[in-house]
Design a protein around this ligand. Structure first.
Ligand SMILES: Nc1ncnc2c1ncn2[C@@H]1O[C@H](COP(=O)(O)OP(=O)(O)OP(=O)(O)O)[C@@H](O)[C@H]1O
Length: 284
């Protein structure tokens, strides 16, 4: 049994993707994807620009129907975004309502879900406290920095008390320092609340820093080139973790897989247990 099998056997599977493919008309973008995400796991999806990362994420969240295969979340086939799943997009400025105060932005989806007023304001306040915005509940989004607005978007996702958060390049629109702060925030939230996180990024360093497992998409059409367990010590630290030789090794493996998937797959890694090619048990 390799590390990937251990990973899925030790934890219960939350998300299961089987034979997933997607074509836009005659243009096949994704083909034959099989993988699982365990409860509490942090999975980062990386791949070259245009590989189909966003398309995959849309299929996982029920925002797009795959043309082939199946996505199962908590035992049920995904058709619309499941109740236990929250989605955070890159563009916070478009996802927040500028005319609503922060607390009302966070509480809005709860209102649509029929949660009574007192309860939804309590849940919204608690979620804002989780992301360090307890003092900004009455501000308008446009009075906040980009990083704070993205925190509001994360709070809005948390207010639902989801079991899983799916994020599409959530830190791509903020400066480097804010990005590092938000990365650490998401790691802390995941650990404290036991949430499963699936995050798409084009940034290999970010993927290795955040993930328990990095899923590398590559090829045309794209498939899973590898699921790479990231066995870096916790807690992760922006300086210490990134200075580790193991971090540099993982980063270069991911980079090589993205750039030259066939060559990387043919050349076994120094320690084979660290890289699990998808054919060696990445599926359910
Ligand atoms: N709605 C659509 N209709 C037709 N083609 C699409 C549509 N959305 C995406 N595509 C095409 O599918 C391919 C994958 O796009 P997608 O946005 O999923 O990739 P990506 O890996 O997220 O890209 P990037 O890293 O640049 O954000 C691209 O060739 C894109 O042009």
């Amino acid at each position: 049994m390799n590390e990937t099998d251990d990973r899925t056997a030790a934890n219960s599977t939350v998300l299961e993707v089987t034979g997933l493919g997607h074509s836009y008309g005659k243009h096949t973008v994704l083909q034959g994807l099989d993988f699982t995400v365990a409860k509490g796991e942090f999975l980062c999806i990386v791949g070259p620009s245009g590989a189909g990362k966003t398309t995959l994420l849309q299929c996982l969240t029920g925002l797009r129907k795959p043309t082939e295969g199946l996505v199962v979340f908590e035992g049920e086939a995904v058709r619309d975004t499941p109740r236990g799943m929250a989605v955070v997009f890159q563009d916070y400025s478009r996802s927040l309502m500028p005319w609503l105060r922060v607390i009302d932005n966070v509480a809005l989806p709860l209102r649509s879900a029929g949660v009574p007023k007192g309860e939804r304001l309590d849940q919204a306040r608690a979620a804002l406290a989780e992301v360090g915005l307890a003092d900004s509940t009455h501000a308008y989004p446009w009075q906040l920095s980009g990083g704070m607005q993205q925190r509001v978007a994360i709070a809005r996702a948390l207010a639902f008390r989801p079991h899983a958060i799916v994020m599409d390049e959530p830190f791509a629109s903020v400066d480097a320092q804010t990005r590092a702060d938000l990365e650490d925030l998401v790691i802390r939230l995941k650990e404290r609340l036991g949430i499963t996180v699936v995050l798409v990024t084009h940034d290999i360093d970010e993927a290795v820093y955040l993930a328990d497992t990095v899923l590398v998409l590559s090829g045309k059409p794209a498939s899973v080139a590898a699921l790479i367990p990231v066995d870096l010590p916790a807690p992760r630290d922006q300086l210490a973790t990134k200075a580790l030789p193991a971090f540099a090794e993982l980063r270069s493996r991911v980079y090589t897989l993205i750039r030259t998937p066939a060559a990387a797959a043919a050349e076994p890694p120094a320690d084979e247990s660290e890289v699990a090619p998808v054919s060696a048990g990445a599926g359910a």
